[in-house]
Design a protein around this ligand. Structure first.
Ligand SMILES: *Cc1c(COP(=O)(O)O)cnc(C)c1O
Length: 418
């Protein structure tokens, strides 16, 4: 491993003074612009993680940063004890744009998922009439929705759960992309209030369900008076080649539009933590003053930044670019995969893609490949052992896609078995 003294110094500090809850690649970043980041030695990289799809708009997007600076000098936090001139504006903007009655702003993705779980239970009691403390929420196996105790209660990942119990009650799990299993569950349990699901499973390794999966889920949910809740924290905001992976927000008759939509990550272009739950009045108004909140949730700085960040996606056609660049990237990856047997498969949608390395999940091969990617000027990180997620900022150009494919090919050559 060739890291310089300066990088090693910063790595040693995190190692010594920081909790060991992550295992980062050995690269220390200090600057970013568009698809690029630079380390403390001045080496430039293509960022193919995009902070887990939080920087879809590219690093330090000038319009978002300008908005941040302006609002930061004016007003940053009021708490929700008072109104602000930014919250209502943003709520109106996002509700009108995406087609929901109301928005509930939080900060991190996990908080928004927690909020959706609370809304789901409230609705279950107040509107569906589920008996006290009996409400259940269904999740898909191999999901990722965040790290709080209640969210990991729904996880099937032992690393995320071990020694964090006891877990919350009222959680059911079904296999992902299995309509029959979900239907059977709905038929046998009348206390189900909602189903929380990722339109594409991100952390699990970019797992795409069947074409009609979400449409069928929604139909089943409605038949059984159950809320269909999509966690688009990673898949949303243009990442998969359309604004959302679950529904077309410009199509009022969409048959897969979620009853609740959870957004985070690129909602602020990676500039600050902003998340939101969108829902209609029937759901949202079940929570009354004092029943839920957050000191920073919906702060004026977040609202100003998020509004600009969403508008950038629209003005710059980033979803469309994700589709076009994603197509070029995917055909390039498929081409590379034909030449290197250590690539088991490639998959994805838009610019949310993954290559699966032909090795056990416990093997360090995918990690070693990512270290070489880094040395060759591209940053990516394995998820669940043998899968390498490749998800650059959506502002990427065709030339930059070509450059990334060259780095990937060059790196694969080093690990070639033949
Ligand atoms: C990242 C992520 C979360 C959690 O968001 P945090 O901001 O890290 O709490 C939840 N759901 C999905 C699908 C995610 O990708």
């Amino acid at each position: 491993m060739t890291t310089s003294t300066k990088s090693n110094m910063y790595i040693a500090k995190e190692e010594k003074y920081g909790a060991h809850n992550y295992h980062p690649l050995p690269v220390v970043l200090e600057r970013g612009q568009g698809v690029h980041v630079w380390d403390v030695e001045g080496k430039k990289y293509l960022d193919f993680l995009s902070a887990y799809s939080a920087v879809n708009q590219g690093h330090c997007h000038p319009r978002i940063i300008e908005t941040l600076k302006k609002q930061a000098e004016k007003l940053t936090l009021t708490s929700r004890a008072f109104y602000s001139d930014k919250l209502g504006d943003f709520e109106e903007y996002i509700c009108t744009l995406f087609g929901y009655d109301k928005a509930l702003l939080m900060n991190s993705g996990a908080e928004a998922v927690e909020t959706a779980m609370k809304l789901c239970r409230k609705w279950g009691y107040l509107k569906k009439g589920i008996a006290e403390n009996q409400a259940k929420i269904v999740f898909a196996k191999d999901n990722f929705h965040g790290r709080t105790i209640s969210i990991v209660s729904a996880s099937s990942d032992e690393t995320a759960r071990a020694d964090f119990g006891p877990f919350i009650e009222g959680v059911l799990k079904v296999p992902y992309n299995d309509i029959a299993a979900f239907e059977q569950l709905l038929q046998t349990d009348k206390d189900i209030a909602g189903f929380i699901v990722e339109p594409i499973q991100g952390e699990a390794g970019i797992i795409l369900p069947d074409e009609d999966y979400l449409k069928n889920i929604k139909a089943l949910c409605h038949k059984h008076q159950v809320l269909f809740i999509a966690d688009e924290i990673q898949t949303g905001m243009g990442r998969t080649g359309s604004m959302f992976a679950s529904y077309d927000f410009q199509d009022e008759k969409s048959e897969s539009k979620p009853d609740m939509l959870i957004l985070g990550k690129a909602l602020s272009g990676g500039v600050m933590p902003v998340s939101v739950v969108l829902a209609n009045d029937d759901v949202m108004l079940t929570i009354k003053p004092g029943e839920h909140g957050s000191t920073f949730g919906g702060n004026p700085l977040a609202c100003a930044v998020a509004r600009e960040a969403v508008q950038v996606i629209i003005d710059e056609n980033l979803a469309q670019n994700a589709k076009q660049m994603g197509d070029i990237f995917m055909s390039g990856l498929r081409d590379i995969a034909t030449r290197y047997s250590l690539i088991k498969t490639v998959r994805g949608k838009g610019l949310l893609t993954a290559i699966v390395i032909d090795c056990d999940e416990e093997d360090t091969l995918a990690w070693d490949i990512c270290v070489k990617f880094k040395e060759n000027g591209l940053l990516a990180k394995p998820t669940h052992g043998n899968k390498i997620r490749l998800a650059p900022p959506l502002v990427i150009t065709a030339d930059q896609v070509k450059e990334s494919l060259e780095i990937i090919e060059k790196t694969m050559k080093l690990f070639d078995r033949h």
